[in-house]
Design a protein around this ligand. Structure first.
Ligand SMILES: NC(=O)c1ccc[n+]([C@@H]2O[C@H](COP(=O)([O-])OP(=O)(O)OC[C@H]3O[C@@H](n4cnc5c(N)ncnc54)[C@H](OP(=O)(O)O)[C@@H]3O)[C@@H](O)[C@H]2O)c1
Length: 452
């Protein structure tokens, strides 16, 4: 059958197709798009490992790459402890966990409230976790939680006064692992413990870290510098944490079975990446939607980004030999900077991070104690007025009347305070201004500028 066709081609030449060039161009364009898409999709995890019975703690498991990793591990039977900043009663979180359980067919998925922007919240959770005898089982910690200030947006400080990117991306992990360290080291020797850090190639562009104090300064702060710096600090800390684990002499004399692994997921279409690309603005979102095909073409999906995390969690060879390896596209790669393994830098950063945490936690503890005291005193000063009239039964009628009046006054006061809490003075002022009741608009505006 093909021979007569080939013979005809040779005899008469290749026949000309109508619109031949156009068809060829379309085919070439489709081939180029397919090639770009195929190369940007990234490598797939081919490692499989039994995850049933394994307890995996994960930060950032509610969004993007972390959520895709959580689903992948849940589908393989792992018990997940999601560390989230919402309350476990938050309806969106409840819905998310129910959906995750349904999709993975795994009921063993729980959430614990841990706000990575709060040292106090991290301490509360981690001390509760380690306060257990015998130590709780813990097979893996995946640190995916992160934040990224969109370009053009201002520098943000946490409630505890620490620069947010530094806190969430670096210091939170330092604090969490420092407290959980005894629980990690106490795991039986036959367990393969993995601590997986989300890495990012942006660390290559970071200025040197020194003792980390530059990260707290307002001068020369930019969102990308802050992010790159936090990722470099995390990498330096991760290497030092591996050394800290290796230096531990187990009571059974066996070698350390916990390993740190870094994972660079590659650029992926996640909510975090979208926030970055859209600059956190509505017009940015509009541009993103118009150019969505570009993001689809050049960036991985969240599931694609999760592949290297699943590989790091399951590949058997990573459970042997030295820790501190870096995984990218489901294979081990080298670090692009030598200073990530520099012991002097690591020591400086570790010590200054400890000092910063100690200072902030002490200040916050004092603040909390003062607030508690103020609350108690306020409660005490209001209570006697309300209770006073109850003990006046044996007093003279005059005294009784006086106390009753006092009582009424304190109830009225309480009602006014309650009402003011609901309808704040500014609301009243705005109402007056809008109704042109008293004062002219300008004087109200001046009042707002001074008081609000
Ligand atoms: N996407 C990329 O292209 C890319 C590239 C290289 C490296 N990475 C790294 O991969 C990891 C995952 O990236 P992603 O893009 O998937 O992130 P993402 O979509 O921005 O998700 C970040 C996660 O961190 C959580 N989080 C943020 N602030 C928190 C806080 N204060 N307390 C507790 N949780 C908090 C978020 O919780 P809520 O959703 O509840 O706010 C969310 O689950 C990150 O470490 C990132 O640096 C990403």
């Amino acid at each position: 059958m093909p021979l007569p066709i080939i013979a005809e081609f040779l005899w008469k030449g290749i026949p000309s197709f109508p619109n031949g060039w156009t068809i060829l161009k379309v085919v070439l364009a489709i081939a180029v798009v397919a090639l770009i898409k195929w190369s940007s999709k990234g490598a797939s995890n081919t490692s499989e490992r039994q995850m049933h019975g394994k307890i995996v703690m994960i930060t950032g498991g509610t969004s993007g790459i972390g959520a895709a990793t959580a689903l992948g591990l849940a589908e393989r039977g792992a018990q997940l402890v999601l560390l989230v900043h919402q309350s476990p009663k938050d309806i969106f979180l409840v819905d998310y966990i129910e959906d995750l359980r349904e999709r993975s067919g795994n009921e063993l998925i729980y959430a614990e409230q841990v706000d990575l922007s709060s040292l106090y919240s991290i301490r509360q959770f981690a001390t509760k976790w380690i306060d257990n005898a015998p130590p709780r089982r813990l097979d893996m910690i995946i640190l995916c939680g992160s934040t990224l200030t969109p370009p053009g947006k201002p520098r943000v400080l946490t409630d505890e006064g620490i620069e947010e990117t530094w806190m969430v991306n670096y210091l939170a992990n330092f604090h969490l692992l420092s407290i959980l360290s005894p629980a990690i080291r106490a795991q039986p020797p036959d367990r393969d413990i993995r601590i997986i850090f989300a890495h990012c190639s942006s660390y290559i562009r970071s200025p040197p870290i020194e003792d980390g104090s530059e990260a707290m300064k307002k001068k020369e702060w930019t969102p990308s510098k802050a992010y790159a710096r936090s990722k470099l600090a995390l990498t330096i800390f991760g290497q030092a944490f591996q050394k800290h684990l290796d230096a531990y002499k187990r009571p059974d004399g066996l070698p350390m079975n916990a390993r740190v692994i870094f994972v660079d997921p590659g650029y992926s279409r996640t909510p975090g990446m979208r926030r970055w690309l859209t600059r956190g603005t509505l017009w940015g979102l509009g541009v993103y939607l118009i150019l969505w095909q570009n993001a689809w073409l050049f960036l991985k999906s969240s599931e694609g980004g999760a592949q290297s995390f699943l590989y790091a969690a399951m590949e058997a060879t990573l459970g042997r030999g030295a820790g501190g390896k870096m995984i990218k596209e489901c294979q081990e790669v080298n670090y692009a900077r030598a200073d990530v393994k520099d012991e002097k830098s690591a020591k400086k950063l570790w010590e200054s991070s400890e000092k910063l945490i100690e200072r902030v936690e002490r200040e916050e503890a004092v603040k909390r104690a003062l607030q508690k005291k103020e609350k108690e005193e306020l409660g005490k000063s209001q209570a006697p007025k309300v209770q006073a009239s109850a003990t006046s039964a044996t007093d003279t009628k005059k005294g009784e009347m006086k106390r009753r009046n006092e009582n009424m006054r304190s109830i009225a006061q309480a009602l006014i305070i309650e009402a003011l809490a609901v309808v704040r003075p500014i609301t009243i002022m705005k109402f007056l201004r809008d109704s042109n009741f008293i004062w002219q608009r300008d004087s109200i505006k001046q009042w707002e500028a001074e008081v609000v």
